[in-house]
Ligand binder design. Structure first.
Ligand code: NAP
Ligand code: 3JN
Length: 349
């Protein structure tokens, strides 16, 4: 990125799984930074982090931390954002918030730049970054919706443990080793740290991400349903989701069934559309066994789409497989991309 002016950037949750990727992404994109403020809880205060070869000391996040900050990237959980994001905005920072705290607030734009960049202009100091599973799905589906209309989406996810934080990655690795060594272990984090029961993730597939809501869907599933409609400005779109955790470190995969509005559309039409779509890489050559996978998407910024097939009973129905690095496009990169768009649109002071 052209270094016209440097900005004071704060990263809240800098020591977490997402925060670490935020810093790597700011460095990778050469985001113009004049000052970097790294914030965490008291647990990590004082920790040293190297950014672009320079040592930075992590500080406790508090309202005064945001004096003079231009853009604040938050990923320290919803309760931290609820308290500190308005404090940052009050002090003139533009907040890009990675938590669910403000996503469904009608006053807060929920942005995936490839889909609804224009919504950024409506911000009042806080811009929400959607849930990781939602982001990769809307990047792949919006070009289809634009071209052929979209009536229904049914998605099943296969989500990496890194989505549940650094402690969940540790739990999967230690548990896998214990299973291989025939040793005992006690699950403590997954499927959901704050829920009553914990289950083995190693060599397993767990159909619960986040807690259950009263309607039988989990919060993760309801996030996918509600956020997709908000980002696409499509309140009448029919969306159903089943979210599953699998023992993969990075990269969420999704099996997606869609029904479009137009008749007679072919698989070739969808492939042509997606091969030109912003932020999408088409990996779809069954004859060469080419399709997206979590391990090949890891570390990449794009969303990968493959296995596109027409439904055998419904002319307007299609199936596809969508994969992306959940901590990059699903979190850190989407946030840094929003910050880049703020610069490009001249919205940062
Ligand atoms: P993590 O690895 O557990 O890291 C949590 C981070 O938050 C750490 O830096 C931690 O600091 C900091 N933190 C915790 N309590 C704090 C407090 N009271 N004040 C200031 N900082 C505090 O979790 P993660 O995977 O990075 O996820 C963090 C959050 O990002 C999640 O809760 C979620 O809201 C959001 N997230 C969003 C997506 C998405 O789909 N877009 C995906 C994953 C996560 P210490 O080192 O001091 O503990
Ligand atoms: O589990 C995943 O793969 C994604 C998790 C996201 C997450 C985890 C804890 C709290 C979120 C989120 O971004 O929706 C939150 C939250 O902020 O609600």
């Amino acid at each position: 990125m052209e270094n016209i002016k440097g900005y004071h950037v704060a990263v809240v949750g800098a020591t977490g799984a997402v925060g670490e990727k935020m810093l790597q992404t700011l460095e990778r994109r050469d985001f113009p930074i004049s000052k970097l403020t790294l914030l965490s809880s008291e647990r990590s205060a004082g920790k040293k982090i190297i950014f672009k070869g320079e040592e930075h000391t992590v500080q406790v996040a508090k309202p005064e931390s945001f004096e003079g900050v231009d853009v604040a990237l938050f990923s320290a959980g919803g309760s931290v954002s609820k308290v500190l994001a308005p404090e940052a905005a009050k002090r003139g920072a533009i907040v890009v918030d990675n938590t669910s705290a403000f996503r469904m607030d009608p006053e807060v734009p929920l942005v995936v730049p490839e889909v609804n960049e224009a919504d950024i202009h409506a911000h009042k100091g806080i811009i929400a970054n959607p849930n990781c599973s939602t982001i990769q799905m809307v990047v792949a589906l919006e070009p289809i919706r634009q071209a052929y209309g979209l009536k229904k989406v049914i998605v099943s996810t296969y989500q990496a443990v890194s989505g549940a934080g650094a402690s969940a990655i540790r739990e999967m690795k230690e548990q896998s080793q214990a299973v291989l060594n025939d040793e005992e272990f006690t699950p403590e984090i997954l499927p959901c740290g704050s829920d009553k029961k914990h289950y083995q993730i190693a060599f397993n597939a767990v159909p619960q991400i986040d807690k259950f809501t009263d309607n039988g869907y989990t919060f993760e599933e309801m996030k996918m349903i509600n956020e997709t409609k908000k980002i696409m400005h499509a309140p009448d779109l029919q969306v159903a989701a089943t979210c599953v955790r699998i023992p993969v470190e990075y990269g969420h995969s999704e099996s997606v069934y869609i029904e479009i509005d137009k008749e007679g559309v072919t698989v070739e039409d969808l492939k042509n559309l997606l091969s030109d779509a912003d932020g999408v890489i088409l990996e779809d050559k069954p004859e060469e066994q080419l399709y997206p996978m979590a391990v090949t998407a890891t570390g990449k910024l794009e969303t990968f789409v493959g296995r596109i097939r027409k439904d055998l009973d419904n002319d307007k129905g299609f199936h596809m497989w969508i994969v992306s690095d959940n901590l990059l496009k699903g979190a850190a990169w989407n946030s840094v991309q929003i910050a880049e768009r703020l610069v490009a649109l001249n919205l940062l002071k």
